[in-house]
Design a protein around this ligand. Structure first.
Ligand code: HEC
Ligand code: HEC
Length: 243
């Protein structure tokens, strides 16, 4: 056994640990950056605090109904499932501008940044600062979930019994046991988590994993993939009617 005298001075070690701890606490880590990217993807001006765009995006298909500001959101062209026209966005029609980002998962972050800033696409990110563009590129590269695997046909593959435990521990305090505490959500949403989970499952999962821009909603990115699916499966069993 080493005697205490042979060990590095204990007070020094403690001081060093405290110092490292403090330095780490100030630097945003991977989980925070990816969730921040996810929130920017959802609605960037609610994250940056800049004014919402006023005019409709001229590149956005004129015959797709949307509020003018929404035509500038990443999600409006690429979808809650990141699949563009190949996913929920393409249910009625498939304009080429609704490009899928699924093939971009796993690509180098620097290459995605270059693609996002390419002429043509640059217009959609022009309002964003360097840090936000970084977070978005990291999110596209490493933060997407695979909707085809977790919710084929819109139904979660998870186990609702396991999901209920997460819900009762982490969600009821804000959303009530029936998931019907008031939520405004997206245009056309009904204020019930059961409704959102059944009718807009990819939107529900995106917001669960990343949080909701400008709202006190948790980011549950730390949950393993199976638990995310379990949670969604439980939400899909909740009553979706709204009185
Ligand atoms: C008006 C529709 C539209 C909006 C809004 C939009 N994009 Fe795109 N995006 C596209 C299209 C179309 C492409 C494919 C471009 C091409 O093939 O030249 C694309 C390509 C990309 C790529 C490159 C993918 C690859 O495989 O290289 C990334 C990354 C991307 N978009 C991220 C974003 C992010 C992040 C936002 C929000 C800040 C956003 N996009 C907003 C239409 C849009
Ligand atoms: C601290 C309070 C709080 C907690 C805890 C919380 N949420 Fe939320 N949640 C919110 C708020 C606030 C919103 C945004 C409401 C709005 O859009 O009006 C929200 C939004 C959502 C949405 C998006 C709804 C929509 O219409 O798009 C989902 C899904 C959701 N929460 C699920 C959950 C789940 C699942 C849990 C537990 C793992 C949870 N929330 C825990 C406060 C909370």
């Amino acid at each position: 056994m080493k005697s205490l005298a042979q060990m590095p001075a204990l007070p020094m070690m403690i001081a060093a640990m405290l110092f490292i701890g403090a330095a780490h606490a100030q630097e945003p880590g991977e989980a925070w950056t990816l969730s921040q990217g996810g929130k920017l993807y959802d609605n960037h001006w609610l994250v940056t605090g800049k004014p919402a765009p006023v005019k409709r995006n001229p590149d956005y298909p004129a015959d797709v109904k949307a509020l003018p500001a929404d035509t500038w959101r990443c999600v409006s062209c690429h979808g809650w499932d990141y699949s563009g026209k190949d996913g929920h966005l393409g249910k009625s029609r498939k304009p080429p501008i609704f490009a899928s980002l699924r093939q971009a998962a796993g690509k180098k972050f620097a290459d995605l940044k270059t693609a996002m800033l390419a002429p043509g696409h640059r217009a959609y990110v022009a309002a964003l600062d360097e840090g936000s563009i970084d977070a978005l590129a990291r999110f596209v590269s490493a933060g997407q979930f695979n909707a085809g695997k977790l919710m084929p046909g819109g139904r979660s593959v998870g186990d609702a019994v396991a999901g209920r435990e997460i819900f009762e521990g982490a969600c009821i305090s804000c959303h009530q046991a029936d998931g019907k505490a008031f939520i405004e959500g997206e245009a056309g949403d009904q204020p019930a988590l059961g409704w959102v989970a059944k009718n807009r499952p990819a939107q529900a999962l995106h917001k669960i994993i990343n949080g909701v821009p400008g709202a006190d909603m948790l980011s549950l990115r730390f949950l393993p993939e199976q638990s995310r699916a379990d949670l969604l499966a439980y939400l899909q069993t909740l009553d979706d009617s709204v009185d």
